[in-house]
Each structure stands twice: as C-alpha cells, then as structure tokens.
Design a protein around this ligand. Structure first.
Ligand code: SF4
Length: 312
C-alpha cells in the first residue's frame, strides 16, 4: 500500500512502527465501514491532520473506561494521545494534581473555548442540585454544564456517561443521569462497559476525515459500530439456529462452543461490534471466552438486561 511521503516521514519522526501504524489504520477503516481503498486517507488523517483538542472529564464512575483505553495494546495509548488527539486535560494520565489540576482544566477550557472535544466518563448525580458528586468543591453537575456549554462536541465514553451507569440503577439514590440528560446537550455515545477504544478512535478519525461526527442511532451511538446486534454477527449463531445450546457452564456444549442463549446471553438485544472487532488487539471477547453477553452497551442495562444469567 502506498502512503504519502508526508505520512511516512511523520510516523517515522514519532518512532511509530510502520507496520503497526498501517495495522491500526486498516482496523479503523474497517470499523468505519469504509472501502480498503480508504486506508491511506485514514492513515493520513491519523498522522498529519490537525489534532483535535480533547478535554476528558471524570464524573461518577470506576475509571474502567480509561483503564481499557490506557491498557489496550491496540491501538496503543501513546499513539492515541500523542498522534491522534491533543489531550489537554485528563485526570488519570496528566501530571498536575490538586490546585494545579484545577488550573489546568480552567486554562484548557479558556484557551480552547468552542474548539475542544469534550470526552466525558461517568454519570452525573443530579439530586439536590448535584451535591452527591463533587470534585474540588464543584458539583459534577455544574462542571458538566459548564464544560459541555463551551465544547465543540461532546463524546460520552462508557455506559455511565452515555446512560447513567450503575449509579443510575434502581433505586438510583443520587438521581444519577447520563451527561446528555443532566446537561441537555446532544452527545455522541460510545457505549459499553467498557467500550471498545477502537470505536472511540474511529469516531475521532471520522471527524478528522469528513469534518463531522458520524451518523447516530436513536440512543446517540455511532451507527458504524452500533448498527447491528451482536447476535447478527456472532460466530455461535449457527448453533443458535440449530438449537444447540450450552445448558450449564462447563458442560459438553460449552466445550463445543454452542450458543449461550440459555445461559442468559443478551446478544439478540445488544447493538455493538464486539463480535467483529473484539478486545485486546483482537484477541478475544466475552462470548468468545464462553461468557454470555450482558448487554452492557444498551441503555440502563443494569436494570433492563438483568438478571444476567437467565434467558431473555
Ligand atoms: S451466543 Fe448470544 S449472541 Fe451468540 S448466537 Fe447465541 S444468543 Fe446470539
């Protein structure tokens, strides 16, 4: 494949392995549903386009989405942070702490006002004016409202930011909500618990290449990643059609890779591309490892998809 000399020089200067870079560009192109002929364009967008500035905020959550993002080997974090995005503020990976961290946030919001992409991780407690979730004396609710109001676009990463998450599960004592519901802002929702980092990178690349965010479904999820159910593309689907089911964990059907529907699999209800993209450098995914899908990219899945180990 021919890459522009400008692209090659850029990745070489950054010490990025050419083969690995092309591998990532190929995966992102495929996730976006583009033809293979677009791989050089995607590579160009990742290497030489002006990087969008990102402010990444944490609200009520477990930081599992950032952990998934940071610990993934593919795409590797330094490439995402240094080559695709200009991350101006991210509490988990930045150097400043305490008052300096506060200053960094305020400086970044001022400097990039109206131009930054806000990435949110976590739900927002709203009861009693948001008093149940505070950082540095500010409620998460007030910070979310302020940060979304000055952002170019808001991308929610993970179930909590997209739909409220576990803290919004019944009885939801803090009245936690999604960022969209708490602030009245339209958001792009990279759903999942955790979501696949490739879908996040693909969303940014879409923005870089086409100058706009991708088409979304009714729940704000990019259609390129959430346009089909897991059941639609599941490698165990033939067993489902043949009514060959695992009846008990560890039984003969489990060893034969039979369908997990009777073990509670929510794949038929769940829109996501896990079965084709997989996790950890494409190594595996829950159903591949013999665990039924729990529907973690669906709205309010803690309430709507449970009990997790009983058939739909
Ligand atoms: S394992 Fe789940 S997603 Fe796969 S075919 Fe069975 S029910 Fe569908």
């Amino acid at each position: 494949m021919e890459l522009k000399s400008e692209v090659l020089e850029t990745i070489e200067a950054k010490g990025v392995d050419r083969r690995e870079f092309i591998k990532l560009a190929t995966v992102v192109t495929s996730v976006l549903g583009f033809a293979p002929s677009m791989i050089p364009k995607v590579a160009e967008a990742m290497a030489v386009k002006q990087r969008p500035t990102v402010i990444w905020l944490h609200f009520a959550e477990c930081t599992g989405c950032s952990e998934a993002f940071i610990r993934t080997t593919y795409p590797w974090i330094d490439q995402i942070v240094l080559d695709v995005l200009n991350v101006a503020y991210h509490e988990t990976i930045m150097a400043p702490s305490g008052h300096n961290a506060e200053k960094s946030l305020n400086d970044a919001m001022k400097k990039y006002k109206g131009k930054y992409i806000l990435v949110c991780e976590g739900g927002v407690p709203t009861k009693n004016n948001g008093v149940y979730g505070k950082v540095a004396g500010h409620t998460m609710l007030s910070t979310a409202k302020k940060a979304t109001a000055s952002a170019l676009a808001t991308i929610c990463v993970g179930q909590c930011a997209c739909f409220g998450g576990v803290q919004a599960a019944s009885p939801n004592p803090t009245e936690a909500k999604s960022v969209s519901a708490a602030t009245g802002t339209k958001t792009v929702n990279i759903a999942g618990c955790p979501p696949n980092p490739v879908n996040m990178v693909a969303t940014v690349v879409h923005f870089l290449l086409l100058g706009k965010l991708p088409a979304l479904d009714e729940n704000g999820r990019p259609l390129f990643a959430y346009g089909a159910t897991i059941h639609d593309k599941c490698p165990r689907r033939a067993h489902y059609e043949n009514e060959e089911f695992v009846k008990k964990f560890g039984d003969a059907g489990a060893f034969k890779g039979y369908c997990l529907f009777e073990m509670g699999c929510k794949g038929p209800n769940t829109f996501n591309n896990c079965s084709t993209v997989k996790f950890n450098d494409g190594t595996n995914w829950p159903i591949g490892a013999g665990a039924p899908c729990i529907g973690c990219s669906e709205p309010n899945f803690w309430d709507t998809q449970s009990p997790f180990y009983e058939p739909i």
